[in-house]
Design a protein. Structure first.
Length: 291
């Protein structure tokens, strides 16, 4: 199997459970708070290695207590972190509010994630996919994408959170992954000739997934029917599992089916059990459940 390079953000997530999401000017009493490893880059790297990929991570932490938890989580995984940078400032962090239905809202403070030194980035020989997100500087993504292209890697962008994309980066992208909110933001770009070379994957929650490939009919895949405990991190599990499955030789169709199962298993497990999900667990889930 080829290598997966994940370049992205690391956050210490403060996750608060509430009966419902507060409205503007409203205070809601929470029932629980958890401090979790997060950031789209970190989450997707962990998800990919749980699902069998050989992963190396490129990112940055600060010099605070948050950094200790982030680094220890990566060290306790099989993700290779020799390109994890650090400085003396604040690490990235986020605050998420999760209601009883599993839906959530979140805010991110980027910290060290905005200070990644692009001169230190090295895309390794044998890298099959470079996986990017929008939680680091756009210039860093572009430099890494160009380097990865020169080494024969495919460039995947999970364009979250949504922001304007430079045409130089768009020209490098092979796969674009968007959720419902991001798809609405990028609606004009999705239908533009500028992106006609890109495979587009739209994740629609309970409505499933859409696959739009160049010069091929679009396809839809229904979601697994499970009772979610929390949807927090489901998208990252989907993306990491999808990349792992593709690197394992699966077609896009089979990889999407696998990634949907991994995400369904993720949302229906307690938070403290999610880091124990394995490829075997996902395959067993597929055998037991029908979409």
């Amino acid at each position: 199997m080829k290598l997966l390079s994940v370049l992205g953000a690391l956050h210490l997530d403060v996750v608060v459970s509430t009966p419902f999401l507060p409205k503007a000017d409203e205070t809601v009493f929470g029932s629980e708070v958890k401090y979790l490893f997060g950031g789209k880059g970190g989450n997707q790297a962990i998800a990919a290695q749980l699902n069998g990929a050989k992963v190396y991570f490129i990112g940055r932490v600060g010099g605070d207590r948050f950094a200790e938890k982030l680094i220890n989580t990566l060290r306790n995984s099989s993700v290779e972190i020799s390109q994890l940078q650090s400085d003396s400032g604040a690490s990235g962090m986020s605050v998420a509010i999760v209601e009883q239905s599993g839906e959530y809202t979140a805010a991110v403070v980027s910290g060290a994630n905005l200070n990644i030194d692009e001169r230190s980035i090295k895309i390794l020989k044998g890298t099959g996919i470079l996986l990017l997100q929008n939680e680091v500087q756009a210039s860093v993504n572009l430099i890494a994408a160009r380097q990865a292209k020169r080494k024969g890697a495919k460039i995947w962008l999970n364009a979250a959170p949504a922001r304007e994309l430079d045409s130089k980066l768009i020209s490098q992208i092979d796969v674009l992954i968007l959720n419902r909110v991001e798809a609405k933001f990028y609606s004009n770009l999705i239908s533009s000739p500028e992106t006609e070379h890109i495979t587009k994957i739209l994740t629609l929650g309970a409505k499933g997934v859409e696959l739009h490939r160049p010069d091929q009919p679009s396809r839809s895949y229904p979601a697994y029917a499970v009772k979610p405990l929390s949807t927090h991190g489901a998208g990252d599990m989907f993306v990491g599992a999808l990349a792992s499955s593709r690197l394992n030789g699966s077609s896009f169709e089979k990889a999407i089916h696998y990634a949907q199962a991994a995400a369904a298993l993720h949302v229906s497990r307690k938070v403290e059990m999610r880091n124990q999900i394995s490829r075997t667990d996902v395959l067993n889930f597929i055998r037991r459940h029908k979409v």
